[in-house]
Write a protein that binds this ligand. Structure first.
Ligand code: SME
Length: 158
């Protein structure tokens, strides 16, 4: 496909429904993991204009910063630490409406107010997480969970 994203206006659901086939097309035939994680981050950032969107990838007992869009971020997060490490430890998506009320939240950026972290599974194991931060409170809900879990399920060649 052409490397141009068609940006959809409308409800969050309509935006995801338009974006997902475009992400599938971007991933189609590409086996390089870094390239694919980079394009997923860029596509989400372009459609939703979130503050920060990107991946942390599992390396031994830590998450290490991977492809992302947004301001510079902390590079290593221990299992169980912050929202990312918590999602990894619990094995589930975490939605945080107000990061200041999340014990242990890691403030990579003081502008970040709410967050969603989605684990990436491969053959039953978590291999990384998708982290999305917003500069607005309570930006993420079950709709984001549903679609972002679908999106990380599209990643080939993990
Ligand atoms: N806030 C995250 C750390 C990653 S940055 O937001 C990019 C956390 O608490 O896990």
């Amino acid at each position: 496909m052409a490397e141009d994203l068609s940006i959809q206006k409308g409800t969050k659901q309509e935006q995801y429904e338009s974006l997902i086939p475009q992400i599938e097309a971007l991933l189609y035939g590409e086996t390089n993991l870094i390239a694919n994680l980079a394009n997923i981050s860029a596509a989400l950032k372009e459609q939703f204009n979130w503050w920060w969107v990107g991946f942390y990838w599992v390396e031994q007992d830590e998450l290490v910063l991977g492809p992302f869009q947004g301001p510079v971020a902390c590079t290593r997060i221990k299992k169980g630490r912050g929202v990312c490490g918590g999602s990894w430890e619990k094995g589930t998506t975490l939605i945080v409406a107000d990061v200041e009320k999340f014990p242990g939240h890691i403030a990579c950026s003081s502008a970040s107010k709410s967050e969603i972290v989605v684990p990436v599974y491969h053959k039953g194991n978590i291999v990384g997480v998708l982290d999305v931060d917003s500069e607005h409170l309570a930006q993420f809900d079950e709709t984001d969970k549903l679609y972002l879990e679908q999106i990380v399920g599209l990643i080939p060649n993990i």
